[in-house]
Design a protein around this ligand. Structure first.
Ligand SMILES: NC(=O)c1ccc[n+]([C@@H]2O[C@H](COP(=O)([O-])OP(=O)(O)OC[C@H]3O[C@@H](n4cnc5c(N)ncnc54)[C@H](O)[C@@H]3O)[C@@H](O)[C@H]2O)c1
Length: 344
């Protein structure tokens, strides 16, 4: 197939584009930034968040190569950045609108990347089945942007016959997630900080529990979804993709410390504004519809992530510099400002 991947310079986009290409598909990426990890697939530099009007052969009149399916990953993907800069949430919605207008005119199906953030933090100890999202409790402007994106997708399916799959991802980690000065993510930040003998902070308390997904499991799910959508086997479904197991951030930090043989100084701090504090995905739908069977539990995934990080760092010693926190001003409950890590 000929597949357009938006957000192709990001973590999931880079992994997905390389995998699709390996499997013999023709990949065409679009991103507003250069890819800092690889030149191994073709992509176009374009800002997808403008207010453009006509999309016959490509967004904003740019000629794209012909495509059979679009995977829309481009977004501002960081909860705290969107709490501080809510206009970026609107940009997410505009990007989704632009991509939907393009696929409407091309009449090709789309895979949309949503998030477990659409569930909010209100069903803490329920299993998160896909029907449980309750938009009266939108936690953050990031959640709002994903809910808006999903709503646009569903409306295009009803009004214009769009064929889609919506995937709700959860804490994807591993290969190509270490561009910390662009976007702080908890696992590479813990690795980076422990290597530098710097303290780490866990926001959300000792029992903060998340469903961490090793990137290859996530990519397996997307690739199976692309095949099923293209063949018409699974169409117009919203599906959780995660590992299906909760792990505390404390355990995550312990696993990294033992991989690195480090003894980090750990502080526990209150949640950041807009953060989910407990999430474990219900994967029954992914298993039934796609035969999804994630293979990499957290301990194995952490070992692989640390190995990849160390290899990358050895080739890029210039990245061994302090990381700037990206969530100043987004603490909940009037708490003191803490200086280190965000968790999603
Ligand atoms: N990684 C996760 O844990 C996770 C979890 C839930 C949902 N998601 C969603 O999955 C998608 C991919 O996530 P990721 O982790 O690869 O994020 P990422 O930030 O690494 O990649 C997103 C890419 O979108 C690009 N982008 C942003 N604004 C753009 C614009 N105006 N025009 C063109 N490109 C633009 C960025 O440059 C970036 O390369 C995102 O939509 C994200 O919200 C990710």
């Amino acid at each position: 197939m000929r597949i357009l991947v938006t957000g192709s310079s990001g973590q999931i986009g880079t992994n997905l584009a390389l995998r699709l290409q390996q499997e013999g598909h023709e990949v065409f990426g679009v991103d507003k930034r250069q890819n800092t990890w690889t030149d191994d697939f073709r992509y176009l530099l374009q800002d997808l968040a403008g207010h453009y009007s006509a999309f016959p052969n490509g967004i904003n009149g740019v000629e794209y190569p012909d495509v059979d399916l679009v995977v829309h990953l481009a977004a501002h993907a960081k909860v705290h950045q969107l709490v501080r800069h809510p206009q970026r949430a609107l940009e997410n919605a505009v990007m989704t609108f632009n991509v939907l207008e393009y696929v409407r005119q091309k009449q090709v199906p789309i895979v949309f990347s949503s998030s477990r953030e659409v569930y909010g933090d209100v069903h803490r100890f329920d299993e998160y089945g896909e029907g449980l999202a309750d938009f009266a409790f939108t936690e953050s402007t990031y959640s709002a942007s994903k809910i808006a994106g999903e709503a646009f997708v569903y409306s295009y399916a009803r009004c214009y016959g769009l064929r889609y799959l919506v995937f709700r991802f959860s804490n994807v980690y591993g290969r190509y997630d270490n561009d910390l000065n662009r976007m702080v993510r908890v696992i590479p930040l813990f690795i980076h900080s422990m290597l530098r003998d710097e303290p780490i902070t866990i926001y959300g308390g000792e029992d903060k529990t998340l469903d961490f997904t090793y990137v290859d499991d996530c990519i397996d799910g997307i690739v199976d979804g692309i095949g099923a959508l293209a063949e018409g086997r699974v169409v117009n479904q919203t599906i959780n993709l995660a590992y299906g197991q909760g792990n505390t951030l404390v355990r995550c930090a312990d696993l990294i410390a033992s991989e690195l043989d480090a003894k980090p100084q750990v502080s526990i701090a209150p949640s950041l504004l807009g953060e989910v504090t407990h999430y474990v995905a219900d994967l029954s739908k992914a298993r039934t519809l796609l035969g999804y069977a994630p293979k990499v539990p957290l301990d194995d995934g952490i070992a692989r992530s640390v190995a990849w990080f160390l290899e990358h760092r050895a080739a890029h010693p210039e990245e061994d510099v302090p990381v700037t926190a990206d969530h100043e001003g987004t603490l909940g409950g009037g708490e003191t400002m803490w200086k280190s890590v965000a968790t999603t």
